[in-house]
Ligand binder design. Structure first.
Ligand SMILES: *[C@@H]1O[C@H](CO)[C@@H](O)[C@H](O)[C@H]1NC(C)=O
Length: 241
């Protein structure tokens, strides 16, 4: 009897979670530099569509909270799952799988701008599916809207071009000051971005990912509601690809 009560309470709570719109404050549009993805001990593999362009590519568009939430600030369902741990973004909001037919008209653009570089099969659709399931299901945009929004933002704010305009071009020998990269992005897109660096095989610090903040509509860049301090050092590389 007790079990039945607990189970029906859980069911009610999960139904409530499915039907309510997802609460989040902004998106991170995360783009990665392929040269930095590949110059690591793990390395990279090209997708079955061939070597991607020498251009930033999309990692994902991630719903995020402006302030991390603790137990009690979240609704009952998540509270039970996280047990007091802080949660800074929602994820896996429902179990709706990505349907290729929903994004059919975007596949060509997705192949060019959102290619997988992971060495597990070479199918970019698996990468898109993962991003959809983990982040897109929390976006309130729907499948087509989610992917179209990320592609639109990337096309309107071409980071490769923004950096090249100030002389920051891919090179295995040049290093660039972090402030010159920050300034170029602020100047070229209108907004500061958070920069993430990784280390190449030889230990050099390389610009790996750029996090731009986007409003809940998925249409406009905004001033980040969270600090944009990243982990890069004073001088960074943009390795050739
Ligand atoms: C972004 O700009 C670079 C450099 O000008 C260019 O090669 C690339 O094709 C552009 N990317 C897109 C998606 O237009």
């Amino acid at each position: 009897m007790k079990l039945v009560v607990v189970l029906s309470a859980l069911l009610l709570l999960s139904l409530a979670a499915v039907s309510s719109a997802e609460e989040f404050d902004f998106f991170y549009l995360v783009q990665q530099w392929p040269g930095s993805f590949c110059d690591t001990k793990t390395g990279c593999c090209f997708p079955d569509t061939g070597k991607p362009a020498t251009d930033f590519s999309i990692h994902g568009m991630w719903p995020n909270y402006a302030k991390c939430k603790t137990q009690g600030e979240l609704d009952g369902v998540i509270e039970m799952v996280t047990k007091g741990k802080k949660k800074c973004w929602p994820e896996f909001c429902n179990s709706e799988p990505l349907q290729l037919w929903e994004i059919k008209d975007l596949v060509k653009e997705l192949d060019a701008n959102w290619p997988t570089l992971a060495c597990k099969g070479g199918k970019s659709i698996e990468f898109w599916s993962h991003e959809w399931e983990k982040h897109g299901t929390c976006s309130d945009l729907g499948q087509h809207g989610y992917f179209a929004a990320a592609l639109g933002l990337k096309a309107r704010h071409n980071l490769t071009a923004v950096l090249a305009d100030t002389g920051i071009v891919p090179s295995d020998s040049e290093t660039y000051s972090l402030s010159s990269i920050n300034d170029a992005i602020k100047e070229g897109t209108g907004f500061a971005a958070k920069l993430e660096c990784n280390r190449g095989v030889a230990g050099e610090v390389q610009l790996y990912q750029v996090y731009q903040c986007v409003d809940r509509s998925g249409e406009n860049l905004i001033d980040c509601p969270v600090p944009v301090q990243g982990n890069c050092k004073n001088r960074v590389q943009l390795p050739a690809f």
